[in-house]
Design a protein around this ligand. Structure first.
Ligand code: PAF
Length: 282
């Protein structure tokens, strides 16, 4: 497995693969890899001959009061896991490689960034669009896999790829959960023992709302308020919990048959932000 910090080296490696008519899959990550990332790498391996994993904690997607400095960095373990998942290359640039100088352009996201995480994390998706744009230009993969846990990220990037004519097909990887239902996340390592025990309540609330919706509740707002109160009583601080349209990520009051929805929540347990979602097609 090639491990490189160099933009030229990863580009040249991919070029050589292309000359051999090998297809290229890409899994961008910020490291601190867990089973969720490994399932994305395995999925990419199903669709492509060679898989590149990038490991880059992107400063542009962290707000001034967020956890850029304490975000977990575990390069040696990550490389072992990438080898095990049979990645062909790991691209792990330094911040100075990705952002060497002044930036003269600014990205603005319209509709898709207004709600869910876009509402409470100004600049977050702009930072993601910036870095993924750069990474796709560097690697030029045939396919790239992003996890459903970050569903808003996936939908924004899917639109970006279409609007900016990137020649890559995006795939969505399923959420991988711990036995008690908690969605795996690199940030779960921040949780204290007590918080870790409480953390699956977010998924339980989402699952409860999902069940009611599938049984015919078409205006779930009271149900959602009730679940918010329950979570707050357990010590969670709610950022959002609600149903959003899969088409435009707008909040939805009344659900209709034949449409697709994202039932999603973001909460804080202590200082740790947890997000989760369930997709519902009616
Ligand atoms: O999902 C992530 O880990 C990051 O947002 C990504 C896509 C690697 C961009 O930094």
């Amino acid at each position: 497995m090639l491990v490189t910090e160099s933009i030229d080296e990863i580009r040249n490696t991919v070029k050589l693969w292309r000359r051999e008519k090998l297809s290229v899959g890409f899994v961008p990550t910020m490291g601190a890899l867990h089973e969720g990332h490994l399932s994305l790498i395995r999925q990419a391996k199903q669709s492509a001959d060679r898989v590149v994993v990038s490991i880059f904690v992107n400063p542009e997607q962290f707000g001034p009061n967020e956890d850029f400095d304490r975000y977990p960095r575990k390069l040696e373990e990550d490389l072992k896991l990438c080898r095990k998942a049979r990645a062909a290359a790991v691209f792990r640039p330094e911040v100075s490689d990705m952002y060497p100088g002044d930036k003269y352009f600014e990205i603005k996201i319209r509709e898709l960034g207004r709600h869910m995480c876009g509402a409470s994390r100004p600049g977050f998706f702009e930072g993601i669009v910036l870095v993924v744009n750069k990474l796709l230009n560097i690697i030029e993969p045939d396919i790239a896999v992003f996890g459903q846990k970050d569903i808003q990220q996936y939908l924004i990037l899917k639109q970006m790829v279409e609007e900016f004519n990137h020649g890559v097909k995006l795939e969505m990887g399923k959420i991988v959960r711990a036995n008690d239902g908690l969605a795996l996340s690199s940030r779960n390592t921040y949780l204290s023992n007590d918080e870790r025990l409480k953390a699956p309540s977010l998924y339980r609330s989402l699952s409860y709302i999902e069940k009611q919706v599938r049984e015919g509740v078409d205006t779930p707002s009271l149900l959602i308020e009730h679940q918010k109160n329950e979570l707050e009583a357990k010590g969670f601080e709610i950022d959002y919990l609600g149903v959003f349209s899969m088409d435009n990520i707008e909040p939805v009051e009344k659900l209709e048959n034949g449409r697709s929805y994202i039932l999603a929540g973001a909460v804080y347990l202590g200082k740790t932000r947890l997000i989760d979602n369930i997709l519902i097609e009616l």
